[in-house]
Ligand binder design. Sequence first.
Ligand code: NAP
Ligand code: GCO
Length: 266
Amino acid sequence: MDHRDIFSLEGKVALVTGAAYGIGYAIAKALAGAGASIAFNCRSSEHLREALAAYEADGISAKGYICDVTSEEQVAGMIADIKTELGSIDILVNNAGIIKRIPMTEMSAADFRQVVDIDLTATFIVSKAVIPNMIEKGHGKIINICSMMSELGRETVSAYAAAKGGLKMLTKNIASEYGKYNIQCNGIGPGYIATPQTAPLRETQPDGSRHPFDSFIISKTPAERWGTPEDLMGPAVFLASEASDFVNGHILYVDGGILSYIGRQP
Ligand code: NAP
Ligand code: GCO
């Protein structure tokens, strides 16, 4: 029996976008722990500086880049720099994303477009830049960070849900179009995860009580807790490794069971 570690990422180069903190940071840390060389980007030089210190403290010699993933020019430059410094990319995690919580009828078209630009179009831009080298290498892994909102809607997140719903289908289309080159494209659909992005939904109320949305999510989650970025580490290593070479076009929901549960009776 072949005893090689099918979850090993030794010798692989991984780019995790938006991995200065939050979910991206945890995924990058997991891929590094499995042996990958890590590249990450963000927009803020302050975030970059802080992230490089955090990676170093975690024993990870990550390469960090200032790059807005909505800019084809900046993305092309970053990919070229990564190729020079680490090698061509084997694993791409399209993680960078924002949310704007505004009732749709009050949302400007500019705000709607910005969310779609970062949460959907940027995955097209970065994946388009990385796939040609994956084809040359004869393999590649693309992991798109989807959401509960790839399947469900809720008040005030119309742009985000539209983007994440589209990201689910873009994931399936990349899988369909490039599977013949031994490129697997899958999604991870996190549930509600405790990061800066969801901090406003978890703020303790002036009277010391939990935020109503916090209590709501607890009642909708069989695990009766918010997820942590660390909950996504194992699924990311699985989808980045040869252990998932015949998994393609799949959205792996890591949600504590939200999508299967009607919710606890009040
Ligand atoms: P976060 O804490 O707000 O981190 C977002 C990251 O993306 C930051 O590093 C940010 O860095 C970067 N970023 C944003 N726009 C960018 C751009 N245009 N170019 C480059 N980098 C950019 O978010 P998170 O909670 O970790 O979420 C990460 C991903 O998971 C997002 O796609 C989000 O939609 C998704 N997600 C989150 C949850 C959750 O509950 N937290 C659940 C499901 C899915 P800078 O600000 O420095 O650019
Ligand atoms: C919200 C939250 C969610 C999470 C995540 C759930 O306002 O509903 O921000 O959208 O970020 O996407 O999977």
